[in-house]
Design a protein around this ligand. Structure first.
Ligand SMILES: [Zn+2]
Length: 272
């Protein structure tokens, strides 16, 4: 199967999982579905090729996570495919827990920085680049996400914040949340390694996070509320992402590409 050329991609998370995204969304055309690609890291998850506002994009569900495939390999399969497709702009979304005690379930956040506490440290495609993680969440793409979020959502939207990444699949302990306090605002499991891999392939990356639970030890949270958000908000999250693509040019006016430099360790990689 030939990988189609696209400028945009959406990595679906828990926000769009229940909505069969982007089927049944206004203005979206599904051009092809159940696209699987052979990658050096195994067969890719299923992609859909779609179009919105005259722009084609690839999308997959739930960060590509599948049972029997490590999350590291899922991420590598996705980003290897994106690189082959020539993807320039990537959006992701997902539910998160709170660390900052001012946040509540159903708040939206567009993080501008992250703290990687995951142990999946060596997830890369070929290591040929030195990745500078300044403005790792593209300021231009974040701005477009914010504009779209304001159009569809009347609740609280935080236009910056620090996303702490943990391994999961379990949530964090009260002691872990307590340790993160003052260092992060939200906690989740999907921003890394995606943020590194996006920089490695030279693509912009931004994330839309929505709070589904309080961090453990901050306040007791209800699984019922989490479930309701999961089912109720899929339309909202999907609309924000689609509108962002519609209003984002493929040509960048950000600095993302300049923050990826040829590695100075060339001898190591040339020998491979
Ligand atoms: Zn950018």
């Amino acid at each position: 199967m030939k990988i189609p050329s696209v400028d945009f991609a959406i990595i679906g998370g828990s926000g769009t999982l229940s909505g069969n995204f982007p089927k049944n969304f206004t203005g979206v055309e599904i051009l092809a579905e159940n696209l699987f690609f052979e990658t050096p890291y195994g067969k890719s998850p299923a992609f859909r090729l779609c179009a919105v506002g005259g722009k084609n994009f690839l999308t997959c569900k739930m960060h590509g996570w599948r049972s029997g495939v490590t999350r590291a390999d899922s991420s590598r399969q996705i980003f290897w495919t994106f690189r082959a497709a020539g993807v320039k702009r990537i959006l992701s979304e997902g539910g998160v827990g709170t660390v900052n005690h001012l946040l509540n379930p159903r708040d939206l956040m567009i993080p501008d920085d992250y703290l990687d506490l995951s142990t999946r440290k060596d997830v890369q495609l070929d290591g040929r680049y030195l990745l500078i993680m300044r403005d790792a969440l593209c300021p231009e793409l974040r701005g477009k996400l914010l504009t779209a979020a304001k159009m569809f959502f009347t609740g609280r939207i935080f236009e910056r914040g620090i996303y702490a990444v943990t391994d999961g699949r379990h949530f964090e302990s009260p002691a872990e949340i307590s340790m993160l306090k003052g260092h992060a605002d939200i906690v989740g499991q999907s921003l890394a390694p995606e943020v590194y891999l996006a920089r490695e392939i030279g693509a912009c990356y931004a994330n839309l996070s929505f709070v589904v639970n309080y961090g453990e030890g901050l306040k007791v949270w209800s699984h019922e509320v989490m479930k309701n958000i999961f089912f109720d908000d899929a339309q909202l999250i999907g609309n924000i992402l689609l509108d962002t693509i519609k209003n984002t040019p493929a040509e960048k006016s950000c600095d993302c590409l300049n923050l990826r430099k040829e590695t100075l360790l060339k001898e190591i990689y040339d020998a491979e």
